[in-house]
Design a protein around this ligand. Sequence first.
Ligand code: BGC
Length: 416
Amino acid sequence: MRKFLTTTAIAAVMMTMGSVSARAAEGVEVLHWWTSGGEAAALDVLKKDLEGKGISWTDMPVAGGGGTEAMTVLRARVTSGNAPTAVQMLGFDILDWAKEGALGNLDDVAAQEGWDKVIPTALQQFSKYDGHWIAAPVNVHSTNWVWINKAALDAAGGKEPANWDELIALLDKFKEQGITPVAHGGQPWQDATIFDAVVLSLGNDFYKKAFIDLDPATLGSAEMKEAFDRMTKLRSYVDDNFSGRDWNLASAMVIEGKAGVQFMGDWAKGEFIKAGKKPGTDFVCMRFPGTQGSVTFNSDQFAMFKVADDKVPAQLKMASAIESPVFQSAFNVVKGSAPARTDVPDTDFDDCGKKAIKDLAEANTNGSLMGSMAHGHANPASVKNAIYDVVTRQFNGELSSEEAVAELAAAVEAAK
Ligand code: BGC
């Protein structure tokens, strides 16, 4: 065929190839799990920001809340020598990839823009490896939240539950109203997200000793049995179809008034906002009863992989765009999270967003800011998955609370 091409045609083909590779050099390929309505709306803020800077976006969405599936796909990509430019990632996973030598270096852009001074140290622990910047944090989420349908709450007397007993009383009232008290999706990461909040509700020290220190005595304690008993109690308020349900469909149940509450991180707020709902009017956000003052956080960061030299400029531009204060506000207002910098004004945030920012600052000052076990900020994946396994089996009635306590201590010990 080739011999039939005229010189002009060959020149035209070569020019096209040239402009394709020039475009590719100014583009980023991004692997992420932001596929729900609210998440996609937030992602769009990032895409548009980059496109405005002349950087094209190749999308690699991998559905699955919490990112378990995304991490499996990523492993396959990197193993085949084809790492994406940037990957949405949580906590210890970032450090694991850094240890493997797979990540690039953002030191220059971080130094030019003074990231050290404005990104909280709790996040820097995961954005830096061996003193070098390897990831750009985009937000701070936290898991100890409750999302309540306001009309259902009003019909139940209007009082936000201040402690465990009041929470249970409220769930009973939702049952009397004929709605599903707790909207939940039976997936290990969602069960674990509730467990974060339940364990935290038994005290900061307990959470810290159990999930951060992995103290065997705490993991095997009577208090841990109490935590599992509380999970059993909450399980009695979910509907029959909960198994395998995606988290955003559970949010929709609360949005539509079919359910009373969802226990979920503040990405749930992104769904309420996307549906046109307003905090204080249509829904109420509060910390899980007994956990006000403490925050179990997770930060989405874009881990930057080692890529071919011609792709590095776009990668660095993406990192810089993510850390811009204007972008941080615009993105996090939509995502439901707090900014990953301490100097972003809360002006554009709704009341739940303002509360998230305030709670985060206070918890950071008071030493009550702790990494989320469920979202990879307390332990490496091996330990996290060992905990998921026990929590899910117990939640589904395969283990009694006593058995779960014994298994938890043993599983964590084996995975450490
Ligand atoms: C991420 C959020 C995401 C949520 C549900 C969490 O691990 O931090 O950004 O919205 O999972 O997919």
